[in-house]
Design a protein around this ligand. Structure first.
Ligand SMILES: *[C@@H]1O[C@H](CO)[C@@H](O)[C@H](O)[C@H]1NC(C)=O
Ligand SMILES: *[C@@H]1O[C@H](CO)[C@@H](O)[C@H](O)[C@H]1NC(C)=O
Ligand SMILES: *[C@@H]1O[C@H](CO)[C@@H](O)[C@H](O)[C@H]1NC(C)=O
Ligand SMILES: *[C@@H]1O[C@H](CO)[C@@H](O)[C@H](O)[C@H]1NC(C)=O
Length: 482
């Protein structure tokens, strides 16, 4: 919690604290049937992924995003929230066709906008990417290159894009610490086939594997402080591709090539995420090679739509597995989702008929998967409650208490007993146990004064514990796509 406070600029805390103070001093609102008018869901403070990740000792929780989405003010409000996202990856605008559409002609505008947005909001940036087989401009793909020519092309590109943003993607924690985090770059993207053989791309066909050290050395010359990554999908659990990537990392390290990280993309399919122990072992094996590990593109898609209740629960657990594996492997520095809302997911366009892969739905409302992410960032516990950084989120019978704000609220009846040992200053407080029956609640939060509110409030500490029973369970109802 202390780490989170240090990280979040004071200006951002102010409105949150005001909200909390207001709610804590108000009588419980639970019996009011029309709270939505008072607390529109879009402005509700919710437990943030990044705050929880920082509490867990990770550097960040981040998301991919695109400049094109920033005219959507509801989207940007959540994207901006530093408690939610501490890191951004440009899904498109640093790719080759955007940054060097003609040889030697570099176009920085959209990438500069991206870095500026992150800088204004105090977020880290992952540069993405230097060398991929996709999103290449025609001048690269339509030319028959000799090996020396293409070696020059790849080095020029990597050197120039990494140098352009060198130092600009570094962030220092404000106020209390002088900790700084370096730029990170996905220098090499997706070099392997699923069976672990080399992908036969323009690069490989002309340069064999030499393009990999060439690109890494060029990026290192451009920014000696940047963390340089190889980023690959289908590497979440052990398998032929993960093995091939480990062998490559080992060989590059042995040859003294500058390589600092492995990006495990984690584009997953619901129900096909490997067991937690396998994911942890796999991430641990990467880290043991002397590189950091990051989950760089997490999403968990349904291959059939719309999902049913069971599928959504499965998706929640799948998100929890991947995030928990990162939490529990020391060398895993952070998690990035490949956008956080189904509204802007890449999946439907790339896998027709598939989708709903993100933790928030198309209306920017949290899905069960949102709680899966938060659960994965917590210490595993069998207790009825989970602590989300400074948040207490009630779990009853191992069911996360959750509902959409426009769900039929009358389905909820929750009895909560609150133990209240200390106040916000750590003093022992004399409050008796509060006990109340609540109808009409969505997200439930127990405040430090023992009252029970239906809204999330951050930065409230000192709750000793609580217990409760779930009488009826409201269902999350996925929308549309019938
Ligand atoms: C944002 O702009 C895009 C075009 O760039 C448009 O399709 C979309 O509807 C706009 N969204 C909003 C919320 O204005
Ligand atoms: C590149 O080649 C493809 C066919 O191989 C062609 O359709 C396209 O027009 C070419 N583009 C340029 C810019 O030369
Ligand atoms: C991952 O690779 C294996 C082969 O090792 C393949 O069977 C599987 O379909 C791949 N999964 C995805 C999600 O691409
Ligand atoms: C590619 O390089 C590897 C060594 O890195 C070598 O064993 C292999 O023969 C090369 N392939 C070709 C076609 O030159």
């Amino acid at each position: 919690m202390v780490t989170v406070r240090r990280w979040i600029p004071v200006v951002l805390l102010t409105p949150i604290l005001l909200t909390a103070a207001h709610s804590a001093s108000s009588p419980p609102v639970a019996r009011q049937a029309t709270d939505d008018a008072v607390l529109p869901s879009s402005s509700l403070p919710r437990p943030g992924f990044n705050a929880a990740a920082r509490s867990a000792g990770k550097l960040y929780f981040g998301t991919a995003t695109n400049n094109y989405q920033w005219n959507d003010t509801a989207y940007v409000a959540i994207l901006d929230d530093l408690a939610m996202f501490g890191q951004l990856t440009p899904a498109k605008v640093m790719k080759w066709s955007y940054t060097e559409p003609e040889r030697g002609v570099f176009t920085w505008e959209m990438g500069d906008q991206f870095v500026a947005l992150a800088e204004q909001r105090g977020k880290l940036v992952r540069g993405h990417n230097c060398v991929w087989y996709n999103d290449l401009p025609a001048w690269v793909t339509n030319t028959t290159w000799t090996a020396p020519e293409l070696a020059e092309v790849v080095q020029e590109h990597c050197f120039n894009i990494v140098r352009h943003w060198a130092g600009q993607m570094t962030r220092c924690a404000p106020v209390l610490t002088r900790i700084c985090f370096s730029d990170s770059w996905d220098v090499i993207n997706e070099p392997f086939n699923d069976d672990g053989t080399w992908r036969t791309t323009l690069w490989y066909n002309t340069l064999n594997t030499s393009y990999i050290p060439l690109a890494l050395h060029a990026a290192h010359r451009a920014d000696p402080h940047a963390k340089l990554y190889i980023n690959e999908y289908n590497t979440t659990g052990p398998g032929p591709k993960a093995s091939a990537l480990k062998a490559l990392v080992r060989a590059l390290k042995a040859a003294g090539v500058p390589l600092h990280g492995v990006g495990v993309q984690a584009h997953e399919v619901v129900g096909q995420v490997p067991p937690l122990a396998d994911v942890k072992r796999n991430l641990g094996e990467f880290a043991a090679l002397g590189v950091e590990v990051a989950i760089t593109e997490l999403d968990v898609r349904f291959v059939g739509l719309p999902p049913d209740e069971e599928g959504l629960e499965r998706q929640r657990r799948d998100f929890e597995t991947v995030v928990r594996a990162c939490r529990e492997v020391e060398g895993c520095v952070g998690v990035t989702v490949w956008d956080w809302t189904d509204k802007y997911s890449w999946v439907p366009a790339s896998f027709p008929g598939e989708g709903d892969a993100c933790p928030f739905d198309v209306d920017l409302e949290p899905k069960p998967a949102y709680y899966g992410v938060l659960d994965g960032l917590q210490e595993e516990t069998s207790s009825a409650s989970r602590k989300y950084g400074a948040f207490q989120h009630i779990k009853l019978n191992h069911e996360v208490v959750r509902a959409r704000y426009d769900a039929p609220a009358a389905q909820w009846r929750i009895r909560v007993r609150v133990h209240r040992p200390t106040d916000t200053h750590g003093n022992s407080a004399s409050g008796a146990l509060a006990e109340e029956e609540i109808d009409d609640v969505a997200d439930v939060l127990v405040t430090v004064d023992g009252s029970v509110s239906r809204c999330w409030m951050p930065e409230i500490v000192g709750i000793g514990g609580f217990e409760g029973e779930l009488h009826h369970s409201a269902k999350y109802v996925p929308k549309g796509k019938t």
